[in-house]
Design a protein around this ligand. Structure first.
Ligand code: SF4
Ligand code: FES
Length: 233
């Protein structure tokens, strides 16, 4: 077995197995680092940068969800530089994405004193809600591009590959190949993408309709009407 690694995080020594990320090493001593794109069931890609930490000797902040612990590392998880970076990331997100359905990110906004008005001239994502199947809706105006849905739909879980990304740069958005409606893709409606979405961009249809004021009875009548019509076809 390879040798264990000892490092220092926020002034505390911690010894971890090789290949442990800084995020997990910090967890081991009860230090909580905020994350957005990281999810226990998906492969980390270091996309959101919310989990950055300061490592002595490194000029740039390091994403703790992908950087591995190294012997003798001196890590700061809440230095001034780190806090400033996280606050800016949150403010940039809030300036372009509808975060109203992202409770965890809203808590982070409060914690870091992030102002949603910091970048008033930022272009907001205005995308129409996609309602093309009976199971879930896709509201990409709320998407934080964490990539979790794409990953569970692919090698991290389902191997279905119904979701990918479209566009480039600022125009990048999650979608289906050729923007096809979900029923025309390889989607098997397993619901795993909805389960890992942190922002309400993917939402079960029933939840969406309840939030919109429909009663359970009305939704049941509507769904059984749709089933009857489908059986007739
Ligand atoms: S739809 Fe949800 S899970 Fe997929 S990238 Fe956007 S926020 Fe993440
Ligand atoms: S949580 Fe580490 S980069 Fe997103």
């Amino acid at each position: 077995m390879a040798d264990e690694i000892t490092l220092n995080i926020d002034g505390q020594e911690v010894t971890v197995e090789p290949d442990t990320t800084l995020l997990d090493a910090a967890k081991q001593i009860g230090v909580d680092i905020p994350t957005i794109c990281w999810q226990v069931a998906t492969t980390s890609n270091g996309l959101c940068r919310m989990c950055v930490v300061e490592v002595e000797g490194q000029r740039a902040l390091q994403p703790s969800c992908i950087v591995k612990a190294g012997a003798g590392m001196q890590v700061q998880t809440r230095s001034e530089k780190v806090v400033r970076a996280r606050k800016t990331i949150l403010e940039m997100l809030a300036s372009s994405v509808d975060l109203s359905d992202s409770p965890e990110i809203l808590i982070m906004m409060d914690e870091y004193g992030a102002s949603p008005e910091r970048f008033p001239d930022a272009e907001r994502r205005e995308i129409e809600v996609k309602d093309d199947n009976p199971m879930f809706l896709r509201d990409y105006a709320k998407c934080v591009l964490c990539w979790r849905c794409v990953q569970v739909c692919a090698e991290d879980a389902q191997y279905t590959f119904a979701l990918s990304f479209n566009g480039r740069g600022y125009q990048t958005e999650i979608g289906t190949f050729f923007d096809s409606p979900m029923p025309a893709t390889s989607c098997v409606f397993c619901g795993q993408c909805v389960g890992v979405c942190p922002s309400g961009a993917l939402k079960p249809k029933r939840e969406f309709l309840l939030e919109g004021g429909m009663s359970s009875e009305e939704i049941t009548v509507m769904s059984s009407g749709r089933k009857r019509r489908k059986n007739k076809d």
